[in-house]
Design a protein around this ligand. Structure first.
Ligand SMILES: Nc1ncnc2c1ncn2[C@@H]1O[C@H](COP(=O)(O)OP(=O)(O)OP(=O)(O)O)[C@@H](O)[C@H]1O
Length: 264
């Protein structure tokens, strides 16, 4: 499904501010994998997401989806295959547009050029159906401006928009981190059900150790630009937060330094 070969990224090369962000990342995801990623500050998690989504290009190495290189494709061209939800609830939606206009934008993504952005009765029915899956009443607020929604409601809408066209890859970039605990739990539950129902291949960066263990079928730990631990489903089943932190320390030689870390 997604394959990364020897992906390297260095910022400000040759300057005193040189930063190694990714150091020869090899990663292969099978269709339907739901992988959680944790790691210390500056480990390269966001850079990895940015390289997969096309926000930045690697200095070395290659990214492939279904065997075809995507390295030459810009972010907007990859948007057809890749859905992404960011930490900031403001990032995934257009605040001055209504819920239905936002959904129309998401619906158009990856469809032939020339398809209108309009909202007709048929599309409105589809949008209402999809929104009702979220279970938070947004289906009755199609014409509400998105800027008026709460952070949790916006994140639920962002999740729906990112998955509307059944992307090949879903990237979740700490997408529950900015929410209060009950809203974070709602978004986590929605994420689980959407990923399961649509069988989406998913990569999720999280600072919540318990969430990283609980969700998905594989857990990856990053440190200083490398993947240092990779737990498959069987090994992940027996993990606890203490063991996870212990394994990290044993392999990296230092404690997990993550200023946003949540243990559970
Ligand atoms: N645009 C940039 N310019 C210069 N250095 C950068 C840039 N983006 C990231 N870096 C550096 O690259 C390294 C990896 O950063 P990245 O943001 O990918 O880490 P992260 O694992 O997401 O960290 P965190 O958990 O703290 O958000 C860090 O040392 C960071 O300072």
């Amino acid at each position: 499904m997604l394959k990364l070969d020897n992906v390297c990224k260095l910022f400000n090369p040759g300057s005193p501010d040189e930063k190694v962000a990714l150091l020869g990342i090899d990663l292969e995801l099978n269709a339907g994998d739901f992988v959680t990623i944790i790691g210390s500050n500056g480990a390269g998690k966001s850079t990895l997401m940015n390289i997969i989504s096309g926000v930045m290009k690697p200095d070395l190495g290659e990214a492939r989806i279904e065997g075809s290189s995507i390295s030459h494709l810009a972010e907007y061209q990859r948007a057809r295959w890749i859905g992404r939800v960011f930490q900031d609830p403001m990032a995934g939606t257009a605040p001055h547009m209504t819920i239905e206009e936002n959904l129309a934008m998401a619906y158009k993504r990856g469809k032939p050029r020339g398809l209108s952005l309009g909202v007709n009765a048929q599309r409105r029915t589809l949008f209402r159906e999809q929104l009702s899956r979220l279970g938070i009443g947004l289906e009755d607020r199609l014409r509400a401006k998105v800027g008026l929604l709460s952070g949790g409601e916006r994140q639920a809408l962002s999740l729906l928009m990112a998955t509307f066209t059944q992307p090949q890859i879903l990237l979740l970039d700490e997408h529950t981190a900015a929410l209060d605990p009950s809203r974070a739990e709602l978004i986590t539950t929605l994420t689980e059900s959407i990923v399961r129902e649509m069988k989406l291949t998913t990569l999720m960066v999280t600072h919540n150790m318990d969430q990283a263990i609980r969700l998905g079928n594989r857990l990856i730990m990053m440190d200083k630009g490398s993947i240092i631990l990779d737990f498959d489903e069987t090994r992940k089943k027996d993990l606890t937060v203490e063991r996870l932190l212990g394994e990290f320390e044993a392999i990296s030689g230092h404690k997990l330094a993550d200023d946003r870390m949540m243990l559970g």
